[in-house]
Design a protein around this ligand. Structure first.
Ligand SMILES: *Cc1c(COP(=O)(O)O)cnc(C)c1O
Length: 370
């Protein structure tokens, strides 16, 4: 089935990670190619890009004095493993409400040197709240649960012990959702979502309390060097990583960060996501066959939207037809098992492309039912 060309979005990438990389950033990389790619990450050319990423993050998130930007290789998943060595002292609490938030909980559960974590679960499509408890030294929150399209406001649990840390998986949220840095100690993410780059790197915005914990834990308990946050801290302070990073990934992230900052910063990029979300959820609510999966409007993510389709409309077929027409990665998260489409609305995605996507879905569904 061919969708009429005038209905198609200008860019058909709606995947939740890897996600749309802006052509302007790719072109800038191509132009810088011969003087940047293939050069040493210990020299100024690459270090200046890392320095700009670290400075740019401070500006974008208005980080208070004393906060530091750390980075390392291996993406968010590697950061979870590093955190089980160097950020959780003995016992963590995890809010588990989807595939990603459950994974950090599993990593803490499997770590033989940690006490059993306190895991608070809620059904897919909702989120639980943290509960301050004695002996919890790290609260693990997720700003945006990418598998279900649920976002939650980031707030320190009331009555947590004074030196307890709040660590936030912001992989799909950072750069697209608003956050108050006073409410977190570690806000960590990877560049393949709102930062319109490639995977394989982690970035963590760390408060003075988190830095203090990292320094106290490093050396106090064995950790593999590649997962030692103390080593990552030392290297980050020199605008380097412990081992070789992907230079293209760093460059594309710097481009996206500068694009956000040049246009007005986090408020600007979050507003882009707000507009896309208004279009997507507004369409679903008005539709006779589509419904936002997340029941509570204020928990509906503005960066990853999940839309249930009526049983009479097969979402997998809709996504397959869209894919054949160049509109890719609208499939529901594999393990969620719902008759659903999932649409990334990261800052790089144009709101008019989201509108075009909804028109394409309407066209496909009407054609399938005749
Ligand atoms: C994508 C994603 C991850 C996994 O990131 P990797 O860089 O692939 O390890 C973790 N958490 C959330 C919320 C995500 O969206």
């Amino acid at each position: 089935m061919a969708i009429p060309p005038d209905l198609l979005p200008g860019d058909g990438r709606f995947g939740s990670g890897p996600s749309k990389v802006r052509s302007e950033a790719v072109e800038a990389l191509a132009r810088a190619g011969s003087s940047y790619l293939g050069t040493s990450h210990r020299q100024e050319g690459v270090r200046s890009v890392v320095r700009r990423v670290r400075q740019g993050m401070r500006l974008l998130f208005s980080l208070p004095e004393g906060y530091e930007v750390l980075l390392g290789n291996g993406g968010t998943t590697a950061f979870w493993d590093a955190a089980t060595f160097g950020l959780i002292r003995a016992r963590s609490q995890h809010l588990s409400f989807g595939e990603f938030s459950s994974k950090f909980a599993k990593a803490a559960l499997a770590a033989p040197h940690l006490e059993q974590p306190d895991v608070i679960e809620s059904p897919a499509g909702t989120h639980p709240l943290a509960v301050a408890r004695p002996g919890i030294d790290l609260y693990a929150l997720t700003h945006n649960e990418t598998s279900t399209g649920v976002s939650m406001e980031i707030r320190r649990p009331e009555a947590a012990e004074p030196d307890a840390l709040v660590a936030v998986d912001a992989t799909s949220a950072a750069g697209g959702l608003r956050v108050d840095p006073a409410q977190f100690d570690a806000y960590y993410f990877a560049p393949q979502k709102c930062f319109g780059s490639d995977g394989g790197l982690w970035i963590a915005l760390c408060s003075p309390a988190a830095i203090e914990r990292i320094e106290a834990m490093s050396g106090a308990r064995w950790a593999p060097a590649s997962l030692d946050l103390g080593i990552a801290l030392d290297n980050s302070r020199k605008d380097q990583t412990y081992n070789t990073p992907a230079l293209a990934t760093l460059f594309l992230m710097r481009e996206q960060l500068d694009w956000m900052l040049d246009n007005g910063g986090l408020e600007w990029s979050a507003s882009r996501c707000d507009r896309s979300a208004e279009i997507l959820y507004g369409w679903a609510e008005a539709s006779s066959y589509a419904t936002p999966f997340v029941a509570k409007p204020d928990e509906r993510s503005h960066v990853v939207g999940t839309i249930d389709l009526d049983p009479g409309v097969d979402a997998a077929t809709v996504s397959a037809v869209l894919r054949a027409n160049g509109i890719v990665d609208t499939d529901a998260y594999r393990s969620l098992g719902r008759n659903q489409v999932r649409i990334a609305m990261f800052p790089a995605v144009e709101d008019h492309d989201v509108a075009a996507l909804t028109a394409c879905i309407d066209h496909v569904v009407a054609s399938l039912s005749t």
